[in-house]
Design a protein around this ligand. Structure first.
Ligand code: NAI
Length: 345
């Protein structure tokens, strides 16, 4: 029996994990709390921890898990910027779910854009009160507009296809452009200056943190629409707010927010929101915020559970070897030795 402490568990996580867990000798300890230095003790007696995007898996947490005999950190997400993979090296294996439904995220990105640009959120509220006025609801055609896509991986590429379906002109920036993809790659500066819509689909790294800052916004077209379904810290939210107040940014659609960890995923409707910046952004008529919801489809939840359970079983049955293992050296193409199973450790 493999015992797994499942942190930050939500009602929608349980059915799929219980289903796939029951197909193997896996027992989940569902914990509503997030993993951090104060809660790590709850993983005692467990062989693995299963974590999500806002769990804190820093060096101190990893050392504690290691001292308790935990052998595996199983992320049930694609992004892993919340895990100190370097600190885990040589101590605990780290696995993730590289893809579960890139369609879910790409489709949510377009849903946000359409909602914002065609003012659907406002129309919905108006007609519920029998207000059938169209004043203030004017949008713009997507057809013929230029969308700048930053990050042309799995999600970015699907989003590009969706945009092309709308007759949009697509330009893109990626640190590692996809060869023979037919995508028009440009520099970041050119993307900023030419795009009517900018959509972020790259990972959060030291390099990409605050890639949308005051200087970047300065280079953009007046009225640009920015959509972020990737990671909050790609955008300097204060600079974004300033850009909105200055009428430079036409609209912002945010599924992620830099300081989301203690706010998103919970019902805070009865509480005073302590984050002034988020409250101000939400109060803007041209900002739409969803609460890290882009992944949330039935298909994605099933795929996440199936792959995560598969990762855990694979690791324990094959002496730590799993195709979805993360290695901090893997980003270092030059020095990667790929000694074992295409991985470097
Ligand atoms: P992917 O790994 O397939 O693609 C990422 C792309 O970003 C790659 O083409 C890579 O070359 C590029 N990239 C890396 N460094 C870059 C840089 N410095 N500048 C520009 N591009 C760079 O990842 P995928 O599956 O497309 O996911 C993208 C991001 O979406 C994830 O990193 C994650 O943060 C976010 N995500 C958000 C979800 C949500 O619910 N809101 C759910 C799943 C992922």
């Amino acid at each position: 029996m493999i015992k797994v402490a499942f942190f930050d568990a939500k009602a929608y996580d349980r059915p799929s994990f219980e289903h796939y867990g029951s197909m193997h000798d896996l027992q989940f300890r569902f914990l509503e709390t997030k993993l951090n230095e104060d809660t790590v003790e709850l993983a005692r007696d467990c062989d693995a921890v299963c974590v999500f995007v806002n769990d804190t898996v820093n060096a101190a947490v990893i050392d504690k898990l290691y001292s308790m005999g935990v052998k595996l950190i199983a992320l049930r997400s694609a992004g892993y910027n919340n895990v100190d993979v370097q600190a885990a090296f040589g101590k605990i294996h780290v696995v993730h779910v590289p893809a579960y439904s890139p369609y879910a995220v790409a489709e949510h990105t377009m849903a946000l854009l359409l909602t914002s640009v065609r003012r659907i959120h406002k129309a919905y509220n108006r007609t519920r009160e029998f207000n059938f006025s169209l004043n203030g609801l004017t949008g713009f055609d997507f057809h013929g507009k230029t969308v700048g896509v930053i990050g042309t991986g799995k999600i970015g590429r699907i989003f590009i296809d969706i945009c092309r379906g709308f007759g949009m002109k697509v330009i893109a920036y990626d640190r590692f452009p996809a060869r023979d993809s037919g995508i028009e790659y440009v520099t970041l500066d050119e993307l900023f200056s030419r795009s009517d819509v900018i959509s972020l689909h790259c990972p959060l790294t030291d390099e990409t943190r605050h890639m949308i800052d005051a200087a970047a916004i300065e280079k953009m077209k007046k009225g640009v629409v920015i959509v972020n379904t990737s990671r909050g810290a790609l955008i300097d939210a204060e600079a974004l707010l300033e850009g909105i107040k200055a009428r430079k940014i036409g609209a912002a659609c945010l599924d992620v927010y830099e300081e989301e960890a203690d706010i998103f995923f919970e019902d805070r409707s009865g509480h005073i929101l302590n984050d002034e910046l988020l409250a101000r952004l939400i109060s803007m008529p041209n900002v739409i915020v969803t609460s890290h919801q882009a992944f949330l489809t039935e298909e994605a939840l099933n795929n996440i559970a199936e792959t995560t359970v598969g990762n855990i079983v694979s690791c324990f049955e094959h002496d730590g070897i799993c195709d979805n293992e993360l290695c901090y050296r893997c980003g270092d193409i030059e020095h990667c030795k790929k000694e074992r199973k295409e991985k470097c450790f």
